[in-house]
Design a protein around this ligand. Structure first.
Ligand SMILES: [Fe+2]
Ligand SMILES: [Fe+2]
Length: 158
């Protein structure tokens, strides 16, 4: 009766977990595309440091996409090939704000995924998601710092 202790909102089937991980994968593809493009088109001396940082983010997001794909395959699913839409702009602040918004959504999603993996006793996947989440929080904080804003509170009980 182990499932009796799992709060209802975290209880998912393996099939639902595959679907949710595919949403995460679409978000990772979006992040890769946005970071590849934005890191190259950001202009202005004040943005050079963050532009370099975004290149690093792009490589980390690719690693996340590979890990998430591996787990979808392990669960018996087929990894999606479709990214979420990427906002286009030639304004530095608009690009950085779009990245920050995406990271906020990503962090919210992975926190939920972590609870769902643990509820399914998929501790191996949970461990990888925990590490991905740590890097997403770094991305979020890099972007907040570049924009000169506080790191947004994305907890559910805000
Ligand atoms: Fe990522
Ligand atoms: Fe990220």
């Amino acid at each position: 009766m182990a499932t009796a202790t799992v709060p209802r909102e975290h209880a998912v089937t393996r099939k639902e977990l595959i679907e949710k991980l595919n949403e995460d994968l679409s978000r990772e593809y979006q992040a890769i595309i946005a970071y590849v493009v934005y890191s190259q088109v950001l202009k202005g001396a004040e943005y050079m440091t963050i532009a370099k940082e975004l290149e690093t983010h792009a490589k980390e997001e690719l690693q996340h996409a590979l890990k998430v794909s591996k787990h979808i395959d392990y669960l018996g699913g087929m990894p999606t090939v479709t990214p979420l839409a990427v906002k286009t702009s030639d304004d530095a602040k608009t690009m950085l704000r779009a990245d920050l918004e995406n990271e906020n959504n990503t962090i919210r999603a992975y926190r939920e995924r972590l609870r769902q993996c643990e509820a399914l006793e998929e501790y191996g996947i949970a461990e990888d998601i925990r590490e991905i989440l740590r890097q997403e929080q770094e991305h979020q904080s890099d972007l907040a710092m570049a924009l000169g804003v506080d790191v947004p509170d994305v907890s559910r009980k805000a």
